[in-house]
Write a protein that binds this ligand. Structure first.
Ligand SMILES: [Mg+2]
Ligand SMILES: [Zn+2]
Length: 166
C-alpha cells in the first residue's frame, strides 16, 4: 500500500484570498514548492483535498478550478515536483447552483475526499499525514483515520514538512 500526504489547498499550498479561481491571484505559500518536492522525494503521494463551495455558490466553475490546478501542476513541474491528484468538493448545502446544492459526504469536515483518494491510490491511512490550516481539515483527517494530523499555522511550509522526517 502507499503512504500519502494530504494537503489542504487554500491557506496551506497557496495564500488564502477567498474563493480563489483566477490564476492571476494565485500565490504559493512560502516553501510550498519545496515542501511538495520533499514529499515526492520521500515517496509519499501528494494529494490535495479542498472544499470549493464557490462552485456551488456560482462564483466560478469546475472548469476554472481544473485550470487552476493545471497551472499549479505546471508550475511545480518547473521545479521537478508534482501533485499526484487533486480532489475537490464543489458542493454546499445552500449553494445557488442546483446541481451542487446538497449535503454531501465530501465537504470537509466530512472525510469523503480523503476516502475516495485512499481507494483510488491504495493508500494506507494510518501511515499517511494530513496538513491543513482549518479545524475542519483536521477533523476530516481524524474521521478518515489519518495517522498524523498537522495544523499549519502559517509561515514556511517547507520548514514544517522537513520536521516530519527529521
Ligand atoms: Mg485552508
Ligand atoms: Zn461535496
Amino acid at each position: 500500500m502507499n503512504s500519502a500526504i494530504f494537503f489542504d489547498r487554500d491557506g496551506v499550498l497557496n495564500e488564502e484570498v477567498g474563493y480563489l479561481h483566477e490564476i492571476s491571484k494565485f500565490k504559493w505559500i512560502d516553501g510550498a514548492v519545496d515542501a511538495v518536492k520533499l514529499c515526492n522525494e520521500k515517496k509519499f503521494l501528494v494529494i490535495v483535498v479542498t472544499n470549493q463551495s464557490g462552485i456551488a455558490r456560482g462564483l466560478y466553475t469546475e472548469d476554472d478550478t481544473k485550470k487552476l490546478h493545471n497551472f499549479m501542476q505546471t508550475e511545480l513541474e518547473k521545479f521537478g515536483a508534482h501533485i499526484d491528484a487533486f480532489y475537490y468538493c464543489p458542493h454546499h448545502p445552500e449553494g445557488k447552483v442546483a446541481a451542487y446544492r446538497k449535503i454531501c459526504d465530501c465537504r470537509k469536515p466530512e472525510p469523503g475526499l480523503i476516502l475516495r483518494a485512499c481507494k483510488d491510490f491504495d493508500i494506507d491511512v494510518a501511515k499517511s499525514i494530513l496538513i491543513g490550516d482549518g479545524a475542519r481539515d483536521i477533523e476530516a483527517g481524524r474521521r478518515a483515520g489519518i495517522g498524523k494530523l498537522i495544523r499549519f499555522q502559517g509561515g514556511n511550509l517547507f520548514d514544517v514538512m522537513k520536521n516530519i522526517w527529521r
